[in-house]
Design a binder for this molecule. Structure first.
Ligand SMILES: *Cc1c(COP(=O)(O)O)cnc(C)c1O
Length: 413
């Protein structure tokens, strides 16, 4: 199926892997443990000499089928799924970084990732943030002990686009692990492998699962990084071919020891959602483009941040790298308009903190998801007090335009 299109490959991946009874979906395996007839066989699986399932914290057949699907979407060599997107990021970095290492991150980050990295900073891994829209700023912030560079494709919520290609070249030249969070673009709009990413993060909770009914996260190894040159791989995992060292260590340290496993039921929901990823992204991106233009022309709106608008600072980069500009936008209301009153008037758009749902969701950023980081860090990330994030769903565009228009209609008081 390698030569088939994106959706064809996702739809048929379970079936072609030979599912029990000819089932078209991978069944939901709820068994925590797996039994063996022979002790030697059990030992061989434990020692990694034979493939098989032992205990659900590390592997499960339903989750493995989803891992294969995500690998196919990202064109990676392997994927590990986790209970949430945050678990994927936290577990992978926990597994790969050691005391004294430096982690260089984009300053434009999902709020909880920002908070997580600050926790790492308190535990012996130095962390610094830089303006990743510029590869020169990234280069200037590198240190001799830098091991890993972390960026988001389109940053949530201000939609800055990292200089993905040039940072990839920089990381390749310096032998750094390059981690790209592809959540906002998804493998349908963009494959980070094409810009040299070593590891790709996807919060499966968002567009890939796509219906707001299951949490999950994934780390995909693109196969581009040479793990034999990475000093933090334990001797125990330097046994099989170097291509699998990174993921083996992440599975053992991050999943087996840390335990943030994805449940089989959630993996099933996500796998079903993934079947329509391309269709939903087409529709949601088209809706987002329509709404962005509408908002940009509206007198009650001061600024719109959407990479599909020609005035966006990384518009050209967006056109060059992504199939479409994504389905997330944010905007600031004009002075005199109260964001809370505006939000309370919405009837179709739901006030909710998720993104990537089929439904459109809006949230006042500074007062909710970015509240904890305080005004200074918010200012450094370009987050104004009146910023509203809109995750655009797959409703009929006319209904969304009508809803926003009526909510913006009240004159300033
Ligand atoms: C939501 C999100 C995450 C975390 O995913 P969860 O499944 O909610 O833990 C990570 N990165 C980005 C860009 C996200 O939007």
């Amino acid at each position: 199926m390698k030569d088939r299109g994106f959706t064809t490959r996702i739809l048929h991946s379970d079936r072609l892997a030979g599912v029990e009874h000819g089932a078209l979906h991978k069944p939901v395996h709820t068994s925590v443990a797996f039994g063996y007839q022979r002790a030697k066989e059990l030992a061989r699986v434990f020692q990694g000499e034979a493939s098989g399932y032992v205990y659900g914290r590390q592997t499960n057949p339903t989750v493995a089928a989803l891992e294969a699907k995500v690998s196919a979407m990202e064109e990676g060599v392997g994927t590990i799924c986790f209970g949430t997107g945050m678990a994927a990021i936290g577990s992978a970095l926990f597994a790969l970084l050691r005391r004294g290492d430096h982690l260089l991150s984009s300053a434009f980050l999902f709020g909880n990732t920002n908070s997580l990295f600050n926790t790492f900073d308190g535990q012996g891994v130095a962390v610094s943030f830089c303006d990743a829209t510029s590869a020169a700023a990234v280069a200037a912030a590198l240190r001799p002990e830098t091991r890993l560079v972390f960026v988001e494709t389109i940053a949530n919520p201000r939609t800055q686009i990292a200089d993905l290609k040039a940072i990839g070249e920089l990381c390749a030249a310096r032998g750094l692990v390059y981690v790209v969070d592809n959540t906002l673009t998804t493998p349908y709009l963009f494959r980070p492998r094409e810009v040299g990413a070593s590891l790709v993060v996807n919060a499966l909770t968002k567009y890939i699962g796509g219906h707001g009914n299951a949490l999950g996260g994934a780390i995909t190894d693109t196969g581009l990084f040479d793990w034999s040159a990475f000093p933090n791989i334990s001797d125990s995992y330097r046994k099989l071919k170097p291509a699998v060292w990174g993921l083996t260590q992440i599975r053992k340290k991050g999943l087996r020891d840390f335990g943030a496993s994805l449940a089989a039921e959630a993996a099933h929901h996500i796998a079903v959602g993934a079947e329509t990823l391309a269709l939903r992204m087409e529709r949601a991106c088209e809706n987002a483009g329509g709404l962005a233009r509408h908002l940009a022309d509206h007198p009650a709106v001061a600024r719109v941040y959407y990479p599909g608008l020609a005035e966006h600072p990384q518009f050209a980069r967006c056109q060059q790298l992504f199939r479409a500009p994504g389905a997330l936008l944010s905007f600031e209301l004009a002075p005199g308009f109260d964001p809370f009153e505006f939000l309370d008037r919405l009837r179709v758009v739901v006030l909710s903190s998720n993104l990537g749902d089929t439904r459109s969701l809006a949230i006042p950023v500074a007062h909710t998801i970015y509240f904890e980081m305080g005004p200074e860090r918010r200012a450094s990330m370009g987050i104004a007090d009146s910023l509203i994030r809109l995750s655009v769903g797959i409703e009929d565009l006319e209904d969304l335009v009508e809803d926003l228009t009526q909510a913006l209609a009240e004159p300033p008081t």
